[in-house]
Ligand binder design. Structure first.
Ligand SMILES: Cc1cc2nc3c(=O)[nH]c(=O)nc-3n(C[C@H](O)[C@H](O)[C@H](O)COP(=O)(O)O)c2cc1C
Length: 162
């Protein structure tokens, strides 16, 4: 079963964290996961995916304009309705608005008919409420969390769609 991660990334942080999600997702048996920049997407792979996770840098307390513009027009072309959806963000500051960026992405996913999931507090510690956030000057401190998030998303996808 396929899982896609789609991100915007200007300086590489959001791309790096996408690879952590991929790594964690692939720990689940039978799951093939791949990450794509919004500028270079394997459309067939995404269309075949049962879960799609979206990532953005935090810009001015929200998602990047590029990600916002992409979300306005492209997901519907990738038949995302009915798929499991999730979101994550990177940011410079813990108080920089990453949760708001994630919330905005999740709103787009609901508008497009996706089933939004994060694992919340249902899987115990560490809780992931809206989606995981990584702070840019210490990305390494968040790799384990992002792998775990990928694993939880893949497990939920498998539970729903098997
Ligand atoms: C134009 C611009 C606006 C930003 N605004 C914020 C912000 O409001 N809050 C924050 O925490 N970080 C902010 N940042 C920092 C980025 O969110 C952070 O460096 C992010 O990890 C960059 O992701 P990327 O390497 O994938 O491009 C901003 C960066 C830029 C370039």
């Amino acid at each position: 079963m396929k899982l896609s991660v789609i991100y915007d990334s200007k300086t590489g942080n959001t791309a790096k964290m996408a690879e952590c999600i991929v790594k964690g997702a692939q720990e689940t048996e039978g799951v093939e996961a791949k990450a794509f920049s919004i500028s270079n997407i394997d459309q067939d792979f995404v269309k075949e995916s049962k879960a799609v996770i979206f990532g953005s840098p935090t810009y001015n307390g929200s998602l990047s304009a590029a990600m916002k513009a992409w979300l306005e027009t492209e997901p519907v072309k990738l038949n995302v309705a009915g798929k499991l959806g999730g979101a994550y963000a990177t940011a410079a500051f813990v108080h920089g608005g990453a949760d708001l960026a994630i919330q905005c992405i999740l709103t787009h996913l609901m508008v497009d008919g996706m089933m939004v999931y994060s694992s919340g507090q249902a899987k115990g510690m560490p809780v992931i409420h809206l989606g995981p956030v990584a702070i840019s000057d210490s990305l390494g401190a968040y790799t384990e969390l992002f792998c775990l998030y990928g694993k939880r998303m893949a497990e939920q996808m498998t539970e729903i769609f098997s």
